[in-house]
Design a protein around this ligand. Sequence first.
Ligand SMILES: Nc1ncnc2c1ncn2[C@@H]1O[C@H](COP(=O)(O)OP(=O)(O)OP(=O)(O)O)[C@@H](O)[C@H]1O
Ligand SMILES: [Mg+2]
Length: 352
Amino acid sequence: MVFWFVTTRSETTRDRSSGGTSQAPTSRSAREARISCNRKTWRFARRSTRPRCSKRSSAASPALTAVLSQVSKVAGSESTVLITGETGTGKELVARAIHRRSRRASRGFVAVNCAAIPRDLIASELFGHEKGAFTGALQRRLGRFELADGGTIFLDEVGELAPDTQVALLRVLQEREFERVGGQQPIRVDVRVVAATNRDLTEAVADGTFRQDLFYRLNVFPLEMPPLRARQEDITVLVEYFIDRYARKAGKTIRRVSKRTLDLLKAYPWPGNVRELQNVIERSVILSDTDEFTVDESWLSTKPTGESRRGMSSTLASHEKALIEDRAAGHCRARVRAHGSGRTTRHSTFNA
Ligand SMILES: Nc1ncnc2c1ncn2[C@@H]1O[C@H](COP(=O)(O)OP(=O)(O)OP(=O)(O)O)[C@@H](O)[C@H]1O
Ligand SMILES: [Mg+2]
């Protein structure tokens, strides 16, 4: 298993209204970063040669290693996957990784943000509609399930679905069959379903806001993303990765991260998880006037919310037993890719 890896997708495919499609990995960038470390600082130096891997940055946390192990095992199956975890932990990255490592990788990855589509439009968005099905339906439109035929549909924020849509979704999951809005003809699709939510769906089932039968349909292979505070070991390499990324964007050179800064970043509980860390680093890089990376300590004072702390202990417990796969072989190779640059390439410290 590879620890570091690259997520390839066009920034434009984030627009869920058009449905994203996966893309082939771009070629390795000539500009790569060599990272070396001494006791006090991390040093960054641009090199045009293959980087050597820093020993210190190769250690993935046990929690992330466990998730990646599960990802690599489930990716090749056709099973429905339910990814849970706090906001910003990388659920969507994992969904894309599963698709990329699956037999469906050459076909579409269609993301649907269930919380973002107005309730009265969701049936048409998911299943499409026939011409004249309702006022404004001027022509036939394919829904996300049809667009994802042969590929993967990613039902993000699935916990936010309204009850009537939950019923409709249940049928598709059971029968892989549906009708377009205003249509009579049953349509069959070959779609793999990956869903994600930051809600505790067992609680939602208990309080009656999420259908139990749908929960069991989705929860075939559960994957829980650990919060960043439960994988402190990953912070150093994420910091190094984001600095490199945003320094390039800003045309700046950052060579060092002070030990104090790194200690601060490691000590902070990151209620917004990787997304918050990413934002803090982007902001710091923009404001940086020197080649030493520092952060404004006042940005790290957010108190974690009750919701963001949810599931911390269960996350840790659920990862205890997971197998650790061999990641040595892929590590250097993927690290090179993680430092490659490309206009349409999104880099990630996940791999697929
Ligand atoms: N391991 C990682 N390496 C690099 N970037 C990461 C990693 N994990 C998360 N990110 C980045 O953090 C941000 C949040 O990730 P993502 O959107 O996958 O999280 P999420 O769990 O789906 O969050 P939400 O529940 O709020 O939708 C993204 O910009 C993503 O690229
Ligand atoms: Mg998400």
